[in-house]
Structures are given as C-alpha cells and as structure tokens.
Design a protein around this ligand. Structure first.
Ligand SMILES: Nc1ccccc1C(=O)C[C@H](N)C(=O)O
Ligand SMILES: [Zn+2]
Ligand SMILES: [Zn+2]
Length: 204
C-alpha cells in the first residue's frame, strides 16, 4: 500500500500527503495532494527512465500490461534471477512473467540486498516471446548498477517492466494480469494498481 513510510530508493522522495481542503461546516469536501517518487511501490518504468531518447510513460503501449501472466517462485535464487532458476518452468507461449523473490516484500524498510534479474534471463524471456517482466523488488538491476544491463536488455527487446509488485500471497501459476500505468506526461515511470485474476473466475 502506498502510505507514509513505504520504502523508497536511497535518497529519493518519500511519499507524503496533505489535506488541501477538509470537510467542516463551511467546506463540503475533502481534497488532498501528495508527493512521491515515480518509482514508489508497484510501478512501471518508461524507457525514458534509463534512456535519454526513450519514450515517457504516457506513450508506452498498454497491451503489455493486460493479459495472461505466469508467476514464478524463485525464492532462494541468489543475488540475481538466472535462466537456470526458471527456464524449465516457463510456460510455452506465455507473454508476461512475474518473479516472486521474497517471502514477504519489505513494506517498512529499504532492503539494499534485493534480488535483481540477470540480463541473460531477460534475453531468454525475450526470445521466448515475453513482452512484460516484473518482480517484487525495487529494480531489475542491482542497487549498485551503473550499467542497467537488465533494463537495457528490456528496452532492446521492446519489453515493459513492473517493479515493486507485492506477491507475498500469490501461488505459482498463470493468471490474468491487469496493471495499467497512469498517463502522466513527461514522466519516467508511473504507479500501477497491479492485480492478478484467477483465470477460472474471470467471468464473475
Ligand atoms: N528511484 C531511483 C532514484 C535514483 C536512482 C535510481 C532509482 C530507481 O528507482 C532505479 C531503479 N533501478 C528502477 O529500476 O526503477
Ligand atoms: Zn522503477
Ligand atoms: Zn527499473
């Protein structure tokens, strides 16, 4: 949940909120404003985040964020998800993949040692036809990365990214993903409300 105290990248803007108008005898409404980093909680990076010539989030295709999605449990995989951690389980034809790396994704403190995704894994996914890759940590690349290899592999393949998606109670399997970014002009990323629907209950 996005709330004061949600962890953010070291040095980045913490979430804050403020009431602009408050309900009382003379005011019929509550209205608020908030400030936060574009990379707070569950979010998606625009190519502009890591490429000066990349498109902003308002211009990314939405089809990537909607449709069948395989959740893979790779807990215990080490510092980065490698092909050997998941390749034999990848469902043929699947176009969206989310990796679960945490028992419980930290919601109160920043974790310097979060799990990243190796660029070789991104290339394997791209070759398999995957157009969206996501995970429950703050970044595809390690916190100390200066080269952003996984991000650039994503861009080279025309894929999209989800980061900070909480998967604590999600079992492995294929679901329908719905995780659309807000259409924010000029922005390098945007929050998403990420949900996974059980395929059997999709017509409810
Ligand atoms: N918020 C930041 C502030 C400064 C530097 C990086 C970030 C990031 O979030 C980068 C991260 N690698 C990301 O994939 O979104
Ligand atoms: Zn990000
Ligand atoms: Zn990122």
């Amino acid at each position: 949940m996005i709330r004061p105290g949600i962890p953010v990248w070291p040095g980045d803007t913490h979430y804050s909120e403020e009431r602009t108008w408050a309900l009382d005898e003379s005011c019929p409404v509550n209205v608020s404003r908030f400030a936060m980093s574009t990379h707070t909680g569950a979010h998606t990076d625009a190519p502009l985040h890591y490429d000066a010539a990349g498109v902003p989030i308002a211009d990314v295709p939405l089809s990537h964020y909607l449709g069948p999605c395989q959740v893979m449990d790779v807990r215990g995989c080490g510092p980065a998800v490698r092909p050997s951690d998941f390749a034999d389980r990848l469902q043929p034809g699947i176009r969206r993949v989310l990796f679960r790396t945490y028992d419980q994704a930290p919601q109160d403190q920043w974790d310097d040692g979060f799990t990243a995704v190796d660029a070789t894994s991104i290339r394997l996914l791209a070759e398999a036809g995957v157009i969206l890759v996501g995970l429950d940590t703050p970044s595809l690349d390690p916190q100390t990365s200066k080269t952003m290899d996984a991000h650039h592999a994503v861009r080279d393949a025309g894929m999209m990214i989800l980061e900070g998606v909480v998967l604590d109670n999600v079992a492995e399997g294929v679901y329908e993903l719905i995780a659309l970014p807000l259409k924010l002009a000029n922005m390098d990323a945007a929050p998403v409300r990420a949900i996974l629907r059980d395929l059997e209950t999709i017509n409810d």
